[in-house]
Design a protein around this ligand. Sequence first.
Ligand SMILES: [Zn+2]
Length: 445
Amino acid sequence: MNKYVPVIGLEIHVELKTKSGMFCQCANGLHEAKPNSQVCPVCLGLPGALPVPNKQAIDWTIKIGKALNCAISEHTKFDRKHYSYPDLAKGYQISQYDEPIALSGYLEFGKNYGTYKNEEKKFRIHRVHLEEDTGKLIHKNNETLIDFNRSGIPLVEIVTEPDFTSSTDVKMFLEELHAIIRYLDVSEADLEKGTMRMEPNISVKIAGTEGLPNYKVEVKNINSFNFVKRAIDFEVARHIELLEKNETPKQETRGWDSEKGITYSQRTKEEAHDYRYFPEPDIPPFNFKKEYIEKITKTVPELPKEKMNRFVKELHLKELDAYILTRDRGMSDYFEKVLVHIIKENKEAGIEQKVASAIINKRVSPQLSEAQFVAKFLEIIKPVETDTALLAESVGMVIKNNEKAVAEYKSGKETVIMFLVGQVMRQMKGKADAKTVIEALKEKL
Ligand SMILES: [Zn+2]
């Protein structure tokens, strides 16, 4: 196995949750709408229809680029990418070719962030560009139906460098990217609905050799992080098997069969696609002022990694708990909101960790309203007041009824005391503090 090194790059598509289309006013986000009901002359590419770019989509792509540590291009434009496929009514897709909105970013892991404890890892992002989504083909009973509702929805494509050497790294990266996109509030990034789709490019090279292998296999549109991991593991093993027989794996596009846990050949990919790119003549190029980019940069919120570090440093949460809480922006916001109220009532040291644990272990349901959560939490951490008369009575009764245990305790088997404590607690229906019960028992014994 160590003779070979996997070389993996990723393409990730994210549908933006703008109100309308990328170049038209068709509604976006109506996943349940009747097929082909959310279409117009622009997104169907009817003659004479003119595209008008969606400002919100452009701003959000800049925002994503910034969150991924990219350089934002001050000059950018749209291009036509030509290909013939039934899901593309116009015969071309409006995309970006040589001047994407964002370039050269990265995400970093390590120092207790992600899967790595001490090892630091950095994965580079090649580019982030904006395009329009295509229609959806639905294959049923030997027929193929087309739904164009999705065509023309703003779609951001994030392309990484081939920096990954393991499926574990890929999964960690994708989970982080997903969390970031959700923090930015620009996409549902819902894997099941297909508003986030992932395509790994996979090849394998001999360890120690320079450059990239002379082939790569792309696995199309996978919709779960675990499936991406499994598809990569499957492909890497398949490539090694071929390389061991002195064969080069075919350059091709493959699909993922989640039921069988295998990939299958879809089409053999030509070396270079001739998409006949040229600048979109109906949309003038963009020149962003520095101030404009700065204004959008300010809308990038505190991201999961920064938030986790703050929770550890300022609230003294355990690293793992801070990591879990910050995976989801809604969850971390909820934690901070209830904490503000709880701290007003209870200033004991470590209260922040107690609140975090209660949420993570669902000891108090994070589904409750904030006020309900605060009330419930304060109730469960309140010390139990012990009824002393009832305690004396219960202790007496338990000692009388458990002669054998009492004898064992007196003969030196001290752990038996916990059995007796349990008996007393039961007598008192839990309304007693365990420490007080132990003291009372020991005294009486
Ligand atoms: Zn439209």
